[in-house]
Design a binder for this molecule. Structure first.
Ligand SMILES: [Ca+2]
Ligand SMILES: [Ca+2]
Ligand SMILES: [Zn+2]
Ligand SMILES: [Zn+2]
Length: 270
């Protein structure tokens, strides 16, 4: 009996170690894919391809202790729902505070909206108009108006799933969405004008969480996510200033622009 117990517990311990190893490997793969997706591991030959260095750059961007290891804080940060636009330049280098990429020459800009499946069209139109107003309030040269003619629109806003298209006639977007969670939306820098929301997310105006565990019901905030994505469409990149609207992970609640966002938009349209 004793021998049996020893053998049994050895077998059991062996299995547990093995499971733990596989789990760690899975987590490592997920983390490495994340680092590639957001350009911490470079897509160009000259950029960074060192995993530990990519982890360090990620930790620096998000203000975490810089260990170069996939510790708990780092993995936790990587699991948060976020914007699909990369954090760092294509060569894997990091930038400080607000950074910009392109701008519109015109400052009176029109947007065309195709709707998602979560709220009434009038609510969605109101929320998107409210999101644009955040930027024109602090950079008054900017003027935004909704148009029903997509052929004259500067911004084309749409909701889609997986290999989504944009508004009618645009064809497939090069960046597929990933189902509920993870990537919530992405947008293109000027003067492309495309802003895409993942419609497998459930959106409410400012987002909410209720219940817990299996009964947890979560919605993301269309308003804060739209303010962020419009920021990209106007030329702002991600900021590593925590509390800025251009911070990569999603926030719930009524957003407020940070001085960093205001400095960024005024550097382009002030
Ligand atoms: Ca998603
Ligand atoms: Ca939806
Ligand atoms: Zn973003
Ligand atoms: Zn897209």
């Amino acid at each position: 009996m004793f021998v049996f117990l020893v053998v049994f517990s050895l077998l059991f311990a062996g299995r547990a170690v093995c499971d733990k190893f596989e789990e760690d490997e899975d987590e490592k793969n997920v983390a490495m894919n994340y680092l590639k997706q957001y350009h911490y591991i470079s897509r160009t030959r000259s950029g960074n391809h060192n995993g530990a260095k990519a982890i360090e750059n990620f930790q620096r961007f998000f203000g975490l202790p810089v260990t170069g290891e996939l510790d708990e804080d780092t993995l936790y940060q990587m699991k948060k729902p976020r914007c699909g636009v990369p954090d760092v330049d294509v060569d894997g280098t990091r930038f400080k505070r607000f950074a910009t990429l392109g701008k519109w020459q015109e400052t009176t800009l029109k947007y065309y909206l195709t709707y998602g499946d979560d709220m009434s069209h009038s609510d969605q139109a109101r929320i998107i108009a409210r999101a644009f107003k955040y930027w024109s309030d602090v950079a008054p040269r900017l003027n935004f108006a909704k148009t029903d003619d997509r052929s004259i629109a500067d911004f084309r806003i749409s909701f889609g799933r997986r290999t989504h298209a944009g508004v009618t006639g645009e064809g497939q977007c090069a960046l597929p969405f990933d189902g509920a969670g993870k990537v919530l939306a992405h947008a293109y820098f000027p003067s492309d004008g495309r802003i895409h929301f993942d419609d497998e997310e459930r959106y409410t105006e400012t987002g909410a969480s209720s219940g817990w565990w299996l009964w947890k019901k979560e919605s993301h905030g269309l308003l804060p996510v739209a303010v962020h994505e419009i920021g990209h469409a106007l030329g702002l990149k991600h900021s590593n200033v925590k509390g800025s609207i251009m911070w990569p992970t999603a926030k719930k609640g009524t957003p407020t622009l940070h001085q960093d966002d205001i400095n960024g938009i005024r550097s382009l349209y002030g």
